[in-house]
Design a protein around this ligand. Structure first.
Ligand code: AOF
Ligand code: ZN
Length: 371
């Protein structure tokens, strides 16, 4: 909404609450990002965001700032106030105690422990409640949380950087660089916003990547996850040596036990995902979910991305395309290397496609539809 035309209404304050929430994307672990704005007699009297799992929820920060001004105020919250005792006490109780008059909410909390009961509690105590204000924006902000809290499986985003003909390297293997600086900087923002990053062992052997977040200000490094069915991860790889973030290796029963012991001795976490020969990717997602990883960014290569897509395990795509064509046929690897289907009618459809520009490149995002 252009500022000059911004009407002072529920959407105006909710948009501010959404901005507070979105700034904290990536730093709340398995928890959602939430923003709260308290408004009384035409002025903002409190603002807050949930900043870290285990610490205060958005409403609590805003109420603490407002103090006595909370009485009779309207609370704008991007997520339904909680009604349960988790690591912190219920926000709905605190809103009632502080005598907030009206509560405006963007999205209901899909957490089965809440799921409408927070709003019901507020209404039962006589607070005026309005829900679904800027609902789509709020749901998009917490798409990983929304999946994880009901399935205990990570929300999987596959990122690729390719030429217009879908190639992630030239036929000689060269891939530096396909996309430009702006697109690559955005990938680091995506790393900051995800709890974990996944690559195949082929990528590690070829590039010895660090998979850390490198922005102009310090960011959060994701947990590094390597899919490596026979534990070929070299003990002198950056992922093993640099200590920048935990490294988890997903492997199979076919991995030599002495390699497992050697990697574990160097602090690498090794998780079994089936008997082999390949890592069972479905089991891998269950194990990563158990390890409290709610959001996973997959950075290739084509084999891993293709296998995940073919197995129906991808929730979202972020495809960076550079204005280049490299050719190379089967010798040049593509973004998604999997058998696919013979008929175009059976292609995987991508819903809700969106385009963003980064310098000369574009980023297409969308959600694979598997039904
Ligand atoms: C809110 N406001 O700012 C957040 C909420 O372990 P806890 O106590 O932090 O509870 C985590 C759950 O609380 C989380 O799964 C979600 O249902 C809700 N998050 N609720 O009212 C907030 N972050
Ligand atoms: Zn709460």
């Amino acid at each position: 909404m252009p500022e000059a035309h911004a009407a002072l209404n529920d959407e105006f304050y909710m948009r501010l609450a959404l901005q507070l929430a979105s700034a904290a994307a990536g730093q709340t672990g398995i928890n959602p990002v939430v923003g709260c704005v308290l408004v009384k007699d035409g002025r903002i009297v409190g603002m807050g965001a949930h900043l870290k799992r285990g610490e205060a929820h958005a409403e609590i920060h805003a109420l603490n700032m407002a103090g006595a001004e909370a009485e009779g105020a309207t609370a704008y919250v991007t997520l339904e106030p909680c009604s349960h005792h988790g690591r912190t006490p219920p926000c709905s109780d605190r809103l009632i105690r502080e005598k907030v008059k009206r509560v405006v909410v963007a999205a209901t909390d899909p957490n089965p422990l809440v799921a409408g009961s927070g709003l019901a509690k507020l209404a039962a105590q006589g607070l005026e409640v309005r829900s679904a204000v800027l609902n789509a924006e709020a749901e998009a902000l917490n798409e990983a949380f929304n999946k994880y809290i009901v399935t205990r499986l990570p929300f999987v985003t596959v990122k690729s950087a390719s030429t217009l003909d879908g190639k992630i390297a030239a036929r000689g293997g060269d891939s530096k660089w396909i996309t430009g600086e702006e697109a690559r900087a955005h990938v680091h923002l995506l790393r900051h916003r995800h709890q974990a990053i996944m690559v195949g062992i082929g990528t590690v052997l070829a590039d010895d990547p660090a998979l850390t977040t490198r922005l102009t200000v310090p960011g959060l490094n994701p947990i590094r996850v390597v899919v490596d069915s026979t534990l070929r991860l070299p003990p002198d790889a950056q992922l093993v040596r640099d200590g920048a973030a935990p490294t988890v290796v997903l492997t199979t029963g076919q991995a030599p036990p002495e390699r497992r012991r050697a990697l574990e001795a160097l602090g690498v976490e090794v998780i079994d995902c089936g008997p082999g020969p390949a890592v069972d990717l479905r089991t891998a997602m269950v194990r990563l979910g158990e390890r409290e990883i709610a959001s996973l960014l997959v950075e290739g290569g084509g084999k891993l991305s293709g296998a995940l897509l073919g197995a129906g395990l991808v929730d979202k795509l972020a495809l960076f395309l550079a204005p280049k064509i490299i050719g190379g046929g089967a010798l040049a690897p593509g973004s998604f290397d999997f058998p696919g289907s013979e008929a175009m009618s059976r292609a995987i459809r991508i819903d809700r496609m969106n385009v963003e520009r980064f310098g000369e490149d574009v980023c297409l995002t969308g959600y694979p539809r598997y039904v």
